[in-house]
Design a protein around this ligand. Structure first.
Ligand code: DGL
Length: 264
């Protein structure tokens, strides 16, 4: 039976995984988070590439994985070519949905909300060149927001003023009508961002990734109808111990009934 590896630096990948679970509830999964090096958005490129490749390779070898989802924009916009060089199974990357936002925008004024690393990548320059040439794109890079999302996951609380302090300098009094959530942590805050800026449409990649995954599974000969019905097995892997493990596991149960939790 098919098993997917879902990879992120922290809990952001769950925002992608929840769409995958909805689309194929019977797909086995292994969620790997590199919490030891969190947040990725402030790490040097060479450190990240080496790390992401090593961890994914190890997880694929040890956990009999058939498909990999890099549920992290910071990792995908950097390490996909290196990963595809070493892995012989399909690797799906999550990248900012700039094309969708540009096509939906009426004001042609859009924002890309991502990590400080992602907003400066050549990958983003190319995306804008190819799909957003008729738009003005404001790049907002924030690791503080990533940390807020992580905190929200563990505690269920959000400091609205902190959220506003990060976003308002860019969004208040602007004509921005679409905002790309170019970091998988940010859909975890969608509800709160939408409450603060109801006039801005938030665009993320979750549904598109789930569709892509289904397409690849079918191409590989898996029976999707069967994959929707069976009872799946879900594992959690971390690169470092978690101090508030109980809160973490409680939050994770909303995503999937996790049966095991180990350090890689
Ligand atoms: N969730 C990640 C992303 O999509 C990385 C956040 C971080 O660790 O900085 O970019």
């Amino acid at each position: 039976m098919a098993k997917a590896l879902i990879f992120d630096s922290g809990v952001g990948g769950f925002s992608i995984f929840q769409h995958i679970r909805q689309a194929v509830p019977g797909l086995d999964s292994c969620y790997l988070m590199d919490n030891q090096l969190f947040p990725y958005g402030i790490q040097p490129d060479n450190v990240l590439i080496e790390r992401i490749v090593a961890l994914c390779l190890q997880a694929c070898r040890e956990h009999d994985i058939q498909i990999v989802v890099i549920a992290c924009n910071t990792a995908s916009t950097l390490a996909l070519p290196s990963l595809r060089e070493v892995l012989t199974i399909p690797v799906i990357g999550v990248v900012p949905a700039l094309k969708t936002a540009a096509s939906l925008s009426r004001s042609k004024d859009i924002a890309l909300l991502a990590t400080p690393a992602t907003i400066h990548r050549a990958y983003i320059d190319n995306l804008i060149q190819d799909h957003g040439q008729d738009c003005h794109v404001t790049r907002i890079g924030s690791s503080e927001l990533v940390k807020l999302a992580e905190q929200h996951w563990f505690t269920g609380h959000i400091e609205r003023s902190a959220l506003e302090n990060i976003l308002s300098p860019f969004l208040a009094h602007s004509t921005i009508d679409q905002m790309v959530l170019g970091c998988t942590h940010f859909p975890l805050l969608s509800k709160h961002i939408a409450e603060l800026y109801p006039e801005i449409n938030l665009v993320d990649s979750g549904e598109a990734i789930a569709r892509r995954l289904c397409f690849i599974l079918q191409q590989q000969g898996y029976d999707l109808a069967q994959l929707k019905q069976r009872k799946a097995h879900h594992q959690l892997l971390c690169s470092a111990a978690i101090s508030n493990k109980q809160d973490f596991l409680r939050a994770c149960q909303h995503i999937a009934p996790y049966q095991s939790f180990n350090i890689i």
